[in-house]
Design a protein around this ligand. Structure first.
Ligand SMILES: Nc1ncnc2c1ncn2[C@@H]1O[C@H](COP(=O)(O)OP(=O)(O)OP(=O)(O)O)[C@@H](O)[C@H]1O
Length: 718
């Protein structure tokens, strides 16, 4: 399939093809005519001492040589152009294909994987195509023409040559599968290496802060050593593929010299014919060698072609149609009986029906994993549901022109990635045609204009490393300005402020709330304090709508929302986010502190210590001795379990108000899971050593803990 498109592409450049082919034909002529010329040079000019014949032969050779050089130059130019066109065309094709893809594609092909396809696979195919097109075809043609001449000169000797030439392909048959296997192994290591470089750039702060430099270095060094060893083996096999055919050619040459010499002794060949025969055979031998030397390129390109094909064959999740334009949405956006799963048989949304009026501020809340972000992704058509429909004003968005949908929406994600260019250009991403005053207006509305003009370079300040040169709040505000510049009818927010520190979050939320008067906002958040002011709240549970209403209505319903609300209450963060506290009433809601008197709870609450963690930090490691219990005052962590095979699997997420590690309050036993922070976290920890004296004084605490732990152990064993 891909070969076909390569052939089509090559054929679409007829001028370059003509120059390459004519260069090859002239080169072929030059090779054989100059070899044949020995016959005439010796037999017609040198032996009869004919000066005129000598002059004619030398002039003809000069003209041919000059023509060959000129044809070679134009052929080289054509090859350079064709080669560059090839690189351009296939890199652009892969890039366009990538742009159509969604999350599944990027999960399957990592950064390193994709980079290697651009920088190694495509050039490797290009080299093979050019080599086959020039050296390969020329060599085959040369072998055919050369053998025909040799046959006409001495057929018996040529039959021996032909039979012996089969030897040339023996190394290829022997080494082919080894070469392919080494090619695959090499690319696997290269993908990993590229991935590590990417990781080291993106996560350099975490690597520095947690002193992971040694382990990262060890990882990359191990990777490079394996690559080096495979590279040596691969080159060795390739050079054997090149060199072993030489052995066959040397053998054949010996046979020709011996048998040809014998034919000269018995007068069947003249000396001129013998020398010309040898000279032509030398050219045929070189050409045969040329055919075999294409083979390593061919094998390497075969692996690369398969890898490129894998990526190009990946079907986009969303098929963009040239449907009609979606008119500006006025009434509502809705999900109708939507079923959606990322993994077959693991439904995330189940027969979900929900309607969001295009006015005011709507929050979508729910426990972790309920499908909140998934709903947002479907509303923006990052994926399509497996069944059901997403409607804007009653029109299925699958039938509409994709660009007309995107024009109506703006979005701010939790981690806003900014591009490596000026702040102005980063905002302009929202609308490339925006004027300077529109950019300034968007920045003002996002509350970032004053900060930007305070920078020495103002709007021309370079944003580097995906926005790392700015604070989290500044980054989110620029992302907000970028979304506002589109003048969207609906602004989607996916946990847009939850990774910010409390003061910044409050300030950015005030800005967003003010925007709610100008446009419709749909915000996914797990922090209910942010949802409380919304005009309406949709509560999701396991992919269905559990409750809807305003904050007050939902509290009265006494359902899931109320439970979540109460879980998140009772924590206080000092201004500036330096320390956190938990109230004794909140502690009473923990199952193992239920029934304990207020004085004891007060005492316990004072024992908690604030620990602040950046995103991506391991708080506890599976297998380590547990000595602390943790409450999440703010933030989100992931619970990861390593199976016997060493494979790590995320089993749950915990967020504001959740707790973990209570077993450590009873005894030092190994942690049963690893906890890694997914956002910056403020955790309150209670150590066994501080807690133990209290357990001694209050037997009710021990009893409560024992009951909880027994039931937890029971659940785990089940
Ligand atoms: N790309 C993916 N591949 C496989 N499963 C996924 C993928 N993205 C999300 N999921 C799973 O789908 C479910 C819903 O995820 P989603 O992110 O929509 O939930 P959420 O309510 O936004 O949760 P959170 O608040 O933790 O972000 C979760 O169980 C999650 O693990």
């Amino acid at each position: 399939m891909l070969w076909k498109s390569i052939v089509t592409m090559v054929r679409s450049s007829p001028l370059f093809l003509f120059l390459i082919v004519s260069g090859a034909v002239i080169d072929l002529l030059f090779r054989y005519l100059s070899s044949l010329s020995y016959k005439y040079l010796i037999d017609l000019a040198l032996l009869p001492r004919d000066g005129k014949a000598l002059a004619v032969i030398i002039s003809a050779l000069l003209v041919l040589g000059l023509t060959n050089v000129l044809a070679g130059i134009s052929s080289d130019y054509a090859k350079a152009r064709l080669g560059s066109n090839f690189l351009f065309e296939y890199r652009i094709r892969l890039f366009r294909h990538m742009q159509l893809q969604s999350q599944r594609f990027y999960e399957r092909f990592g950064v390193g994987d994709l980079l290697a396809r651009y920088t190694d696979d495509i050039p490797s195919i290009q080299t093979a195509v050019l080599y086959i097109l020039t050296g390969g075809f020329l060599s085959i043609a040369s072998v055919i023409v050369g053998l025909a001449i040799l046959f006409s000169m001495e057929w018996k000797l040529t039959l021996v040559t032909l039979a012996g030439s089969a030897l040339l392909f023996v190394p290829f048959r022997m080494l082919k599968s080894r070469s392919l296997a080494l090619g695959e192994a090499y690319y696997k290591q290269l993908d990993q290496f590229n991935g590590s470089i990417d990781e080291n750039i993106k996560a350099y702060r975490v690597i520095r802060a947690f002193d992971l430099r040694r382990s990262m270095l060890d990882k990359v060094e191990g990777n490079l050593r394996t690559m080096l060893s495979i590279g040596v083996q691969r080159n060795f096999v390739s050079s054997n593929l090149n060199r072993l055919p030489m052995l066959a050619i040397s053998l054949l040459t010996a046979v020709i010299l011996a048998y040809g010499g014998y034919l000269t002794f018995d007068g069947s060949l003249t000396i001129g014919e013998f020398i010309a025969y040898n000279s032509i055979f030398f050219t045929v031998g070189t050409s045969m060698f040329g055919v075999t030397s294409v083979l390593p390129f061919f094998l390497s390109a075969r692996t690369s072609l398969e890898r490129l094909q894998q990526a190009m064959d990946w079907k986009p999740d969303v098929i963009e149609r040239d449907g009609r334009e979606l008119s500006p949405v006025r009434s509502d956006i809705a999900l109708r009986d939507v079923n959606f799963a990322y993994v077959p048989d693991e439904p995330v949304l189940r027969h979900l029906n929900l309607t969001i009026p295009v006015s005011g501020y709507t929050s979508i809340v729910g426990p972790s994993g309920a499908g909140k972000s998934t709903v947002l992704q479907l509303l923006m058509r990052f994926s399509d549901p497996q069944s059901g429909a997403v409607m804007y004003d009653g029109h299925d968005i699958k039938e509409a022109q994709y660009a007309s949908l995107l024009r109506q929406v703006g979005v701010v994600f939790q981690d806003s990635i900014l591009f490596h260019s000026s702040i102005r250009d980063n905002i302009r991403v929202g609308n490339p045609d925006a004027t300077q005053s529109e950019i300034l207006e968007a920045a003002r509305a996002a509350g970032i204009h004053e900060t930007i003009v305070g920078f020495r370079e103002g709007y021309d300040t370079l944003v580097s490393n995906y926005g790392d040169s700015l604070s989290g709040g500044q980054r989110q505000r620029i992302a907000l300005a970028r979304a506002l510049l589109r003048n969207p009818r609906i602004l989607f927010l996916d946990e847009a402020t939850s990774a910010l520190d409390p003061d910044t979050e409050r300030a950015v939320n005030e800005t967003i709330r003010a925007l709610g008067r100008r446009m419709s906002i749909v915000s996914v958040t797990h922090r209910l304090a942010n949802a409380a002011m919304s005009d309406r709240i949709i509560v999701l549970r396991q992919g269905t709508v559990a409750e809807t209403g305003t904050h007050e209505q939902l509290l009265q319903q006494d359902g899931l929302y109320r439970q979540m609300w109460e879980k998140q209450q009772g924590f206080m963060l000092a201004h500036g986010g330096g320390s956190a506290k938990v109230q004794s009433d909140r502690l009473r809601k923990l199952p193992f502190f239920r029934g304990i008197d207020t004085a004891a709870l007060e005492e316990i609450s004072r024992l908690f210590v604030t620990e602040k963690f950046e995103a991506g930090t391991t708080v506890v490691e599976q297998g380590d001795q547990g000595d602390k219990f943790y409450l999440i005052a703010r933030g989100k962590v992931e619970v990861v379990i390593a199976a016997g095979t060493g494979e790590r699997r995320k089993v749950a997420s915990l967020e504001d108000g959740d707790h973990f590690g209570e077993i450590a309050l009873m005894q030092h036993i190994p942690r049963t899971a690893t906890i890694v922070t997914a956002t910056p976290c403020w955790l309150l920890s209670l150590s066994y050593d501080h807690f133990h004296p209290l357990v001694m004084r209050y037997p009710a605490i021990r009893e409560g803990l024992e009951v909880t732990l027994r039931s937890r152990m029971q659940r785990r064993d089940d």
